[in-house]
Design a protein around this ligand. Structure first.
Ligand SMILES: C[S@@+](CC[C@H](N)C(=O)[O-])C[C@H]1O[C@@H](n2cnc3c(N)ncnc32)[C@H](O)[C@@H]1O
Length: 228
C-alpha cells in the first residue's frame, strides 16, 4: 500500500514544509515528549486488530502500538514533508506497518476494513473535519473503535475568545491549525457513539482524549459519556 497518492479531483494539495520541519523539531523536545508521550500511549494503546492511523505526521505514534493487540497498521499522511519522516521512522514500529500518502477525506481502503482508527492532533488541521470523520466511519467495521487526541475549544469564555482571535494566525503559520474546534460534537454528528471523553489541561489549550465506536448496524445512538 506504500506510496499511493490519493487526492480527489479538485482536492487541495496539503503541503506545509516549513511547519513540518518546525513540528518535527518541536515534538522531539524532551519537555514536549514528557507531556505528550503518555497521552499518545493512552490513545494509541486502544488500537487493536487491523489499524488505520490518519494524519500520522512524522510517525510520532509509531513506537506506541502494542504488538500484542495490533495485527497490522496502515499509516496515512497527505503532506510529503511529513511523510518522508514517517517513512524514515518505520523501523520504530513494533507491528507490520505500511505508509500511504492520502488525505482523510479520500482514504484508499475498502468499506468496513479496519478494527480501529487512530488520529492524534489531526482534526484541528483538516479542512472539512466532518467529511473526514464520515470517511473514517466508512472504512471502520461496525463495532470498530476510533481513538482521538485533539486540541479543542477552551471551556472558559475569555479563553475561547482569545483562541478565536489567534486562529487566523495559527491557520497561517501552523499547518492550518484551528485549535478551537468542538471535535467531540463533530464526532457525534458523524454518527459515532462516544464511549469516553476526557479533557486534559485547561486554559487556552485543552486536549481532548476521546474514544468512540462505529455502532453496530441498527444500534441506537446513545449520548456521549463525558468526564472532564
Ligand atoms: C499537528 S500535525 C500532527 C501529526 C501527528 N498526528 C502527531 O500526532 O504528531 C497535523 C497533521 O494533520 C495532517 N493533516 C492536515 N490535513 C489533513 C487531511 N485533510 N487529512 C489527513 N491529514 C491531514 C497534517 O499533514 C499533519 O501531519
Amino acid at each position: 500500500m506504500g506510496a499511493t497518492v490519493s487526492h480527489l479531483p479538485g482536492e487541495k494539495v496539503i503541503s506545509h514544509p516549513r511547519f513540518a520541519t518546525f513540528y518535527m523539531w518541536m515534538t522531539d523536545r524532551p519537555l514536549v515528549r514528557r507531556t505528550e508521550d503518555p497521552l499518545r500511549r493512552e490513545t494509541v494503546g486502544q488500537a487493536h486488530g487491523i489499524v488505520l492511523e490518519v494524519g500520522a505526521g512524522g510517525g510520532q505514534n509509531l513506537p506506541f502500538y502494542d504488538v500484542r493487540r495490533v495485527v497490522r497498521l496502515e499509516v496515512t499522511e497527505p503532506d510529503e514533508a511529513m511523510l518522508v519522516v514517517a517513512r524514515r521512522r518505520l523501523p520504530q514500529a513494533p507491528v507490520p506497518t505500511a505508509v500511504t500518502k492520502a488525505a482523510v477525506a479520500a482514504l484508499p481502503f475498502p468499506d468496513v476494513h479496519f478494527d480501529s482508527v487512530v488520529a492524534t492532533l489531526v482534526f484541528c488541521s483538516v479542512d472539512e473535519p466532518e467529511r473526514g470523520l464520515r470517511e473514517i466511519w466508512r472504512v471502520l467495521k461496525p463495532g470498530g473503535s476510533l481513538a482521538l487526541l485533539e486540541h479543542v475549544r477552551a471551556q472558559g469564555k475569555i479563553a475561547a475568545l482569545v483562541q478565536g482571535a489567534v486562529v487566523p494566525v495559527t491557520t497561517h503559520v501552523s499547518g492550518n491549525c484551528h485549535w478551537n474546534r468542538d471535535t467531540e460534537a463533530t464526532v457525534l454528528s458523524a454518527g459515532f457513539r462516544v464511549t469516553r471523553a476526557r479533557l486534559v489541561r485547561g486554559g487556552l489549550q485543552p486536549v481532548l482524549c476521546l474514544s468512540a465506536i462505529r455502532p453496530a448496524t441498527g444500534e441506537a445512538m446513545p449520548s456521549a459519556a463525558r468526564t472532564v
